[in-house]
Ligand binder design. Structure first.
Ligand code: ADP
Length: 318
């Protein structure tokens, strides 16, 4: 912990130069003061690590002070979880407050008299309407995540042809793609049969999220390649777009809850920032993986790998 080599001679090293520098509570003067009362509980960061430290004096059988015992514990992982929880609550509050503030200010303006101006009133009401939709989406996604976290999701696992599902999802997003003048290129032979064991509705959402993102984050005139093939008993589903891409440093974070590369752009497009977090959790519940590769300004590829159904009824997930 202290990065002191075994070979280092500590005989004449003053205590403070050994331990005092790692935290104010570890200085000898602080230790003496704290121990005259009831010892100390503290946490501190040292390099990349978070430590909990606890110390107190200890006495011999006659009640005479013998020394001080210091316990240091690496709590980096626990701290990370706690930080994530705090961030999550802050994010949820912020995301819910933003539409609420908008709704409140528009309804107030309407109540103050704008209601009589029919055209403006209609415009305001449609804003209220879309902000309510945003809150609905957010709460729906949060509930979904909560069910996934608590393993309360009811899965209906059935064997199905993943390509048939992919075709159905492509048909659904085709209109949006056309409106943005984006070309959807299906690279796999559509008649093939690649069988997997999945909860169809959940997986439809997975494919929908990935394809919608590709459409959302690709500028007009671009194209999206969709491929599916079998390799090493896994079906690979690849969605490659020619969109805005994701900077390398941000790439590992896009599956985090509420993480967005550009908050404003994502919000303007109705995103909750929870789509990929939900997607990843569903894919993993099916024994699969999801990865992203990207080059800023050139495009993004999302690859989902899923085990093939071997024998009917053999593989299943609870
Ligand atoms: P959102 O609702 O904001 O789209 P997601 O969880 O689906 O949330 O995605 C998280 C973030 O990852 C997005 O805000 C966006 O910045 C980035 N992202 C996802 N897919 C793509 C893509 N195909 N191209 C570029 N950026 C993407």
């Amino acid at each position: 912990i202290l990065r002191i080599g075994e070979e280092q001679d500590l005989t004449n090293v003053p205590y403070d130069s050994l331990l005092g520098h790692i935290s104010p509570a570890m200085k000898l003067a602080a230790i003496k003061e704290n121990c005259s009362e009831q010892g100390c509980n503290d946490t501190f960061r040292y390099g990349q690590t978070t430590f909990a430290v606890r110390y107190d004096r200890f006495k011999d059988d006659d009640g005479k002070d013998v020394g001080i015992i210091i316990i240091m514990q690496d709590i980096t992982e626990r701290q990370k979880l706690e930080d994530m929880q705090t961030d999550f609550v802050a994010n949820v509050s912020h995301e819910l407050r933003t539409p609420l503030t908008t709704i409140k200010s528009y309804t107030e303006t309407l109540l103050d008299g704008t209601l009589d101006d029919r055209e403006t009133a209609m415009r305001f009401l449609s804003i209220v309407d879309s902000e309510t939709d945003r809150m609905n989406r957010l709460v729906r996604d949060l509930l979904r995540l909560s069910r996934l976290d608590h393993k309360q999701e009811k899965w209906t696992i059935k064997e199905c042809n993943i390509l048939a599902l992919l075709n159905a999802v492509i048909t659904k997003v085709d209109i949006t793609a056309r409106q943005k003048q984006l070309r959807l290129n299906v690279l796999y032979a559509e008649g093939q049969d690649i069988r997997v064991l999945i909860d169809r509705d959940s997986f439809e959402q997975v494919l929908m999220n990935v394809l919608s993102n590709a459409i959302k984050y690709t500028e007009r005139g671009g194209h999206i390649d969709i491929d599916a093939f079998v390799k090493n008993s896994l079906v690979h589903i690849c969605v490659r777009d020619t969109g805005i891409g994701i900077p390398e440093t941000e790439l590992p974070r896009i599956f985090e809850r509420f993480y967005r590369v550009e908050k404003a752009r994502s919000r303007a497009m109705g995103g909750t920032g929870l789509g990929l977090a939900i997607t990843k959790q569903i894919v993993e519940e099916h024994g699969g993986t999801i990865e992203a590769a990207s080059k800023e300004g050139e495009g993004t590829t999302i690859t989902i790998k899923l085990p093939l159904a071997t024998k009917r009824g053999m593989r299943n997930i609870e």
